[in-house]
Design a protein around this ligand. Structure first.
Ligand SMILES: *Cc1c(COP(=O)(O)O)cnc(C)c1O
Length: 216
């Protein structure tokens, strides 16, 4: 695997406005260093312990994205430094992120994860619950958390029409609320489906194996 080549090839093929998060979960710090030296600053992890230890080991100008399901009792470990949490999937978690952000005297940017695939194993608000929460104006009571976009994961299937349908459903929700909620980011697309995601207006893709090679 030539990590630097992979990065430059991906970047040459995606539109400029699309931001790339390099998903480095399970990969050693040395691999992240190679990507960093090639100019990659945004990295994504899905486990708190791994995120914290990599943050400790690597240069401090790296922007860390939490992309995996997050337990409320672990928010405190990443609250001092996390750049963006993609996976906010409950009101309980919104409250805890806000609380930890207050403690750290900062504003934490988050994306709301929407359950677009309805797969048993995936997390996120249903479309209905999202509408209820945002009509409720619940978020305006939390001053240290800022919702800047939406995130979704499509089903693991080779059927591109299913994937496209799921991405389009999230795009519609994003477009509907973009102005009123000042949303900036639509985080969708992984190694297997990022081209479809970009066609569906994603502007934040999360790629792991296409950059770093397959995980064990
Ligand atoms: C692992 C992971 C990715 C990257 O997966 P690849 O298929 O290796 O690109 C993206 N998003 C989330 C939420 C992940 O957990």
């Amino acid at each position: 695997m030539n990590i630097a080549n992979n990065l430059s090839e991906i970047k040459s093929k995606i539109p400029r406005y699309v931001k790339l998060v390099a998903v480095s979960k399970t990969k050693p710090v040395e691999d992240l260093e190679v990507a960093y030296k090639a100019g990659q600053l945004h990295f994504g992890e899905n486990k708190i312990q791994e995120l914290v230890s990599k943050h400790d080991a690597l240069p401090k100008d790296i922007k860390w994205h939490m992309i995996g399901h997050l337990q409320t009792n672990k928010v405190k470990y990443i609250a001092p430094f996390v750049h963006l949490i993609h996976s906010v999937d409950s009101v309980k978690l919104i409250k805890e992120v806000n609380k930890q952000a207050v403690k750290n005297d900062r504003i934490i940017n988050v994306l709301i994860q929407i359950d677009i695939s309805k797969d048993e194993t995936k997390f996120g608000f249903s479309f209905n619950d999202f509408e209820l929460i945002f009509n409720d104006n619940l978020l305006s009571t939390f001053n240290n958390i800022k919702v800047i976009g939406l995130m979704g994961m499509a089903s693991f299937t080779n059927d591109k029409n299913i994937v496209r349908g799921q991405f389009n459903s999230l795009k519609e929700l994003y477009v509907k609320h973009k102005e009123s909620l000042s949303l900036e980011f639509l985080s969708m697309g992984m190694s297997g489906d990022y081209n479809i995601a970009i066609e569906c207006q994603s502007n934040l893709i999360r790629l792991g194996s296409t950059i770093f090679g397959k995980r064990k």
